[in-house]
Ligand binder design. Structure first.
Ligand SMILES: [Zn+2]
Length: 150
């Protein structure tokens, strides 16, 4: 018998985490969950030699009803710390991340919805759809294209 109704312990666990995250991040959580809800919004690119990975996250403006609603499929380049990192690095190429880091007070405050979505990905068991491997040159080019040179 597999239970078809009621919440499993795992779902309850997810709910608890989302509640905690919602408390910490407020509005940012909504954006992060919207990203995770949208199929194909997160893709992962892994560098073949360094094994460093980055994520491309589609902006939720592509799904939101408000706003221009045209073909604004903004994709942001994101990095989250990997187990092998000595120093945790968070990076997102979106404006919100830049703004937050200008007034940085602690680690949690620097997370935009894209990075939060990536952090929640394993909790909600969302897999990035597309996993590409790139040569180090391609990887570097990708970074250069997406990072604003301001
Ligand atoms: Zn972002």
């Amino acid at each position: 018998m597999t239970g078809s109704s009621g919440k499993t312990a795992m779902q309850q666990h997810e709910d608890d985490i989302i509640r905690a995250v919602d408390f910490l991040y407020g509005k940012t959580t909504e954006g992060a969950l919207a990203i995770l809800d949208a199929p194909g919004s997160i893709s992962k690119v892994v560098s073949m030699t360094s094994q460093r990975s980055i994520y491309c996250v589609k902006g939720s403006s592509a799904f939101a009803s408000r706003g221009k609603g045209t073909n604004s499929e903004d994709t942001y380049l994101c990095m989250i710390p990997q187990a092998s990192d000595d120093v945790p690095i968070y990076f997102c190429s979106c404006r919100s991340f830049m703004e937050r880091n200008r007034h940085l007070t602690n680690e949690s405050s620097c997370l935009c919805k894209h990075l939060l979505a990536l952090r929640l990905m394993p909790v909600l068991q969302v897999q990035p759809v597309l996993i590409e491997t790139a040569s180090d040159d391609e990887f570097a080019n990708l970074l250069m294209q997406r990072i604003p040179s301001e």
